[in-house]
Design a protein around this ligand. Structure first.
Ligand code: HEC
Length: 130
């Protein structure tokens, strides 16, 4: 009996963080599909010369602050992604909270083979205030 109890606690301790990570990822994924995929596509491939890709994008990898600010405030002007210049405005999204922006960025940073690390809410808050 005691062994059973211990193994249950042990399992819960392992399963809990895994489950949380997954929920967060699921939320980022759902928010991405709702707010971003109509332009950047579900697979993050973008649209020809009009919309830059997110999958394998060096801009996303190298400019986390500009990405966070761009999601809230929009982006305009020429922007180079993987040596291709894009120049269409991206509208800002004022509906998304800091947490939601962080979840979306942490989703696209790890989706489609990207391995661009994670950002924290504190970082996002600082970048949004700059
Ligand atoms: C109406 C279409 C549209 C929507 C919706 C949109 N974007 Fe964009 N996005 C663009 C365009 C166009 C650019 C290029 C902006 C420029 O040229 O200055 C861009 C640029 C970017 C970039 C930087 C370039 C790159 O490919 O790394 C990122 C990151 C990005 N968008 C993420 C997002 C995320 C995340 C969302 C959802 C919250 C989103 N976008 C919603 C059109 C859109």
């Amino acid at each position: 009996m005691r062994i059973l109890l211990f193994s249950l606690i042990f399992l819960a301790l392992i399963a809990l963080p895994l489950a949380c990570g997954q929920t967060e990822n699921l939320q980022g994924h759902a928010l991405y599909d709702e707010h971003c995929a109509n332009c950047h596509m579900e697979g993050g491939e973008g649209l020809r010369q009009l919309i830059p890709p997110l999958a394998g994008a060096d801009f996303l990898r190298d400019n986390p602050a500009a990405v966070v600010r761009g999601i809230r405030k929009g982006m305009a002007g020429p922007l180079v992604v993987n040596s291709i210049t894009y120049n269409q405005p991206m509208p800002g999204n004022k509906e998304l909270s800091e947490f939601q922006i962080v979840n979306i960025v942490n989703y696209i940073n790890q989706a489609w083979g990207n391995d661009y690390g994670r950002i924290s809410v504190e970082e996002a808050r600082t970048w949004l205030q700059e």
